[in-house]
Design a binder for this molecule. Structure first.
Ligand code: BJ8
Length: 424
């Protein structure tokens, strides 16, 4: 990695502790990613982004801030990035996926809190992540109780804005979410000092849809009988989508997809013939949480999709681009974002319909329902998810884990047994 110490110092980061994280990441990335055979050349871009994860993009953001641009750190896929970009700001996803940050979160949160929340708070309070240190404002949402209360703690250290997400999907809830987006727009204008216009919002809707289209194109390769790219690589690309520049990300992902087109033509795949195809469903896998994909793929199976917020939920629906007024666009945003099926909604039967549809589209042999420890929402919903899939004859395995590696051997045994069962 190039030398970013001066930038980290200026961001008031804890350099000594941060060095420990920087030392650990290349080894972990090498073991999980660089050990794969026959990767597409286009993965070089994403390898580079990870190798410079705390350097190159934060440096771009700091440069933009010097010119007056505001950076909005967001925690959930319901926060409409389009509004931020339309006001000349930059949105960057912030969910923490590393065990390294969990103890920092536990200093202020109960240990029985999901690791995603603990890591996110720990990254900020321990001053060991440049993204968390540089954000001008954090945008949270009212999805789960743990997050709602965590925003109050984060708010004692940095500016926080919380979007109130309805928890049902009636017409009045979609209208309430549109109102919430209007309030967010006013806040974003206040922070950036710039007005959102119909023109700027139309442009940013196209920008973010462009990122979604690139991801849709990428994921379509995973539906093929002989996928030309691994599930691990696709997970990495999805994770990077949260914080990379959206124009560059779409360009690089489309370029990779051109290479994948050629691979398909040449019959190049990355899995052994007959590899069992697994669809994940459940809680998000924020970077650098690659644990379960690594277990499944090193057990000889293929991860062909994720019904998660770091997978298909992130890009599945586009925002209607035909609206011409600001109001019409805000309603279109509300409709698109309310189609995401997080377990915080009740009822949330559309999520189960999605899982079944994806299992068919991605030709999954089995589904793994993954729950981050202490996520009550997904844990409780898992009962109905698993029961419904079984009734439909779709094999399903429920797994609960967190960010540390202590259960890796146990997970491997359970995944191995599931794959054997699929083989039988
Ligand atoms: S839309 S899944 S990104 S809330 S895993 S923090 S729910 S206790 S992350 Fe999520 Fe938005 Fe929903 Fe997606 Fe709480 Fe559960 Fe932790 Fe979660």
């Amino acid at each position: 990695m190039a030398d970013y110490r001066k930038m980290w110092e200026d961001l008031n980061m804890d350099l000594e502790t941060h060095d420990l994280l920087c030392e650990a990441l290349p080894g972990a990335f090498g073991d999980v990613y660089l050990s794969q055979e026959n990767r597409p050349e286009g993965m070089g871009y994403y390898n580079f982004v990870v190798s410079e994860i705390h350097g190159v993009r934060p440096a771009e953001l700091v440069e933009a801030q010097k010119k007056g641009t505001k950076v909005f750190g967001t925690f959930c896929v319901y926060v409409p990035d389009e509004i931020v970009f339309a006001a000349g700001g930059i949105a960057t996803g912030l969910c923490g996926g590393s065990q390294f940050w969990v103890p920092g979160g536990e200093k202020v949160l109960p240990a029985a809190t999901c690791p995603l929340i603990k890591a996110s708070i720990g990254a900020r309070l321990d001053r060991t992540c440049p993204f968390f240190s540089l954000a001008d404002i954090f945008v949270g949402e009212t999805t789960c109780d743990g997050k709602k209360k965590a925003w109050e703690i984060l708010g004692q250290h940095a500016p926080v804005y919380v979007m109130d997400l309805p928890q049902q999907k009636r017409a009045k809830d979609v209208a309430a979410w549109a109102d919430e987006i209007r309030a967010f727009l006013a806040k974003v204008e206040e922070v950036t000092g710039k007005k959102v216009t119909a023109e700027s919002l139309a442009a940013s809707i196209k920008l973010i849809n462009g990122k979604r289209r690139a991801l849709q194109r990428l994921y379509n390769f995973r539906k093929l009988p002989n996928p030309p790219i691994s599930g691990k690589d696709c997970l990495l690309i999805s994770q990077i989508a949260f914080y990379d520049d959206p124009t560059r990300f779409a360009e690089m992902t489309n370029k990779l997809c051109d290479e994948l087109d050629a691979r398909v033509k040449d019959g190049v795949g990355v899995y052994a013939k007959g590899a069992k195809r697994i669809l994940f469903t459940g809680t998000p896998m924020a970077i650098p949480n690659w644990k379960l994909h690594h277990v499944v793929e090193t057990e000889g199976a293929a991860v062909v999709g994720e019904e998660t917020c770091t997978g298909i939920r992130y890009f599945d629906n586009l925002v209607d681009e035909s609206q011409t007024t600001l109001d019409g666009m805000i309603n279109a945003l509300a409709e698109r974002y309310m189609k995401i099926n997080c377990a915080c909604f009740t009822p949330n039967t559309a999520r189960i319909d999605d899982i079944k549809r994806y299992a068919e589209e991605y030709k999954a042999d089995g589904v793994i329902d993954i729950n981050l420890k202490f996520c009550t929402l997904y844990d409780v919903e898992g009962f109905t998810v698993e029961k419904t899939l079984k009734e439909d004859g779709i094999p399903v395995l429920g797994l609960e884990t967190d960010y540390n590696d202590e259960d890796a051997a146990q997970l491997r045994t359970r995944v191995g047994a599931f794959l054997e069962m699929l083989d039988a």
